[in-house]
Design a protein around this ligand. Structure first.
Ligand SMILES: *Cc1c(COP(=O)(O)O)cnc(C)c1O
Length: 419
């Protein structure tokens, strides 16, 4: 065998169909030659190709899969100019938040709303704009970390506000908030943080929003999950059972919160953003804060959210993929599973995921393969998308709830190629 390395050009040309831009291929080829492993350049290029963002099939049964970008929401964007900050009425400068703020205010049945990059920036902006160098009363039971290092005490410190701890880990009552507000004269806000991704069970008590509404400082509720209305006004059938107990933005505001914050890529089912909704004077202060500019979304996200809001207001829930997936009946899924001519149809449980509704399971149906082929599925093929499946007891499970029915044939083909 020839021990001299081929030229960089030759190696790069051999991978020109990989989808990786040439300058990156040159880099990989040089490293491979340096290491004397040019015959294994394929592996390097393949590994790089897998790092690139690409469409995948979510067969995990986790509706809001954090590693798959939570909610899937299709965007149609031509790239043409949009009136992002131009008021077409007057021809002068407008606000990128105006119409969308109006839509979210209407959806939440409140005075005003604005949109930022995610719920973490919503919380950070509110604390910076409304509580800088002031105290914020938070229950010891809500001093939490919400995935990926978003720790409530750290965010508070970053904003320049300071923490006034209230109550105990398992029990916090209205009197505890009252006492701490009286003891610290510069408490300027109460913040309630929804236990999105964990549960405290047993000997517990926490103050309700309605008990704290009259304490004379703004009451901010981070509800996180983005359920607009506990009654799901957009669904003819009302809320599904598994949603019971999840706080809605409408209800939290109606009970007396001055502001709610939530993510738009969880139960709302949209692209990544954070919503701040509530009293107009408080929203105004957030909009005016210099930090607001640093966390403002661009036209891509804003137009996409606008489309989502229209779907909610027009009650076109079947066009919101999250709700369509969540409400597909088990019978329908079983029917699809039985049409697969490969693998074993099997009853499964889907979960909402995305750090929402811990412990909730939604009965589902899927396909079981009696050994672990998750790696092969993830590889995909030239014609078929990578499939992300679940492995339990060395069996591969593909939950059909999170797979669009139009992709069933593709999944079947991939399974046949692998098995
Ligand atoms: C998910 C969540 C967050 C963080 O939201 P991001 O949009 O991921 O930044 C904050 N608070 C609560 C209560 C949450 O559930």
């Amino acid at each position: 065998m020839d021990n001299y390395p081929p030229s960089v050009n030759e190696l790069v040309d051999a991978h020109s169909n990989s989808g990786i831009p040439r300058p990156l291929l040159v880099e990989e080829a040089r490293i491979a030659i340096d290491e004397g492993k040019w015959e294994r350049l394929d592996e390097r290029v393949d590994a790089l190709r897998k790092l690139a963002l690409q469409e995948v099939i979510n067969a995990t049964g986790v509706l809001l899969h954090t590693n798959l970008g939570r909610a899937s929401w299709p965007t149609t964007f031509s790239g043409n100019p949009v009136n992002l900050e131009l008021d077409l009425n007057s021809g002068s400068r407008g606000s990128r938040q105006g119409y969308l703020g109006h839509l979210f205010a209407n959806l939440c049945k409140t005075e005003a709303a604005m949109v930022v990059n995610n719920c973490s920036s919503a919380v950070l902006l509110i604390l910076s704009a409304l509580a800088h160098e002031k105290g914020v009363a938070i229950s010891r039971g809500e001093m939490v970390e919400i995935g990926g290092g978003f720790r409530v005490p750290d965010v508070l410190e970053l904003s320049g506000a300071y923490l006034v701890e209230v109550g105990t880990t398992n029990k916090t009552r209205r009197e505890d908030y009252e006492r701490s507000i009286n003891a610290h004269r510069d408490v300027s806000m109460i913040m309630k943080i929804h236990q999105s991704n964990y549960k405290i069970v047993g000997f517990t008590e926490s103050a309700e929003i309605r008990e704290l509404a009259d304490l004379n400082v703004p009451l901010v509720a981070d509800i996180g999950s983005g359920l607009l209305d506990e009654n799901c006004f957009w669904l003819e059938s009302g809320p599904p059972n598994w949603l019971i107990g999840e706080p809605g933005a409408r209800q939290t505001l109606a009970e007396g919160a001055d502001i709610v914050t939530f993510s738009s890529d969880k139960l709302l089912g949209g692209p990544q953003a954070g919503i701040i909704a509530g009293k107009a004077d408080l929203i105004e202060k957030c909009l005016d804060h210099p930090f607001a500019r640093a966390v403002r979304p661009g036209s891509l996200v804003l137009s996409s959210l606008q489309e989502l809001c229209h779907k909610y207001l027009n009650r076109q829930w079947t066009e919101i993929p999250f709700w369509k997936m969540a409400l597909t009946t088990k019978d329908e899924l079983q029917d699809r599973a039985e049409h697969f001519d490969i693998g074993e149809p099997v009853a499964l449980n889907s979960v909402p995921g995305g750090g929402t509704l811990p412990g909730v399971e939604i009965p589902s149906y899927g396909i079981q393969i009696d050994h672990d082929i998750s790696r092969e599925l993830r590889d995909g093929t030239e014609d078929n998308l990578p499939i992300i499946a679940r492995v339990e007891d060395r069996k591969t499970l593909l939950d059909l709830r999170t797979i669009h029915p139009s992709l069933d044939d593709q999944v079947m083909t991939s399974l046949k190629q692998i098995l």
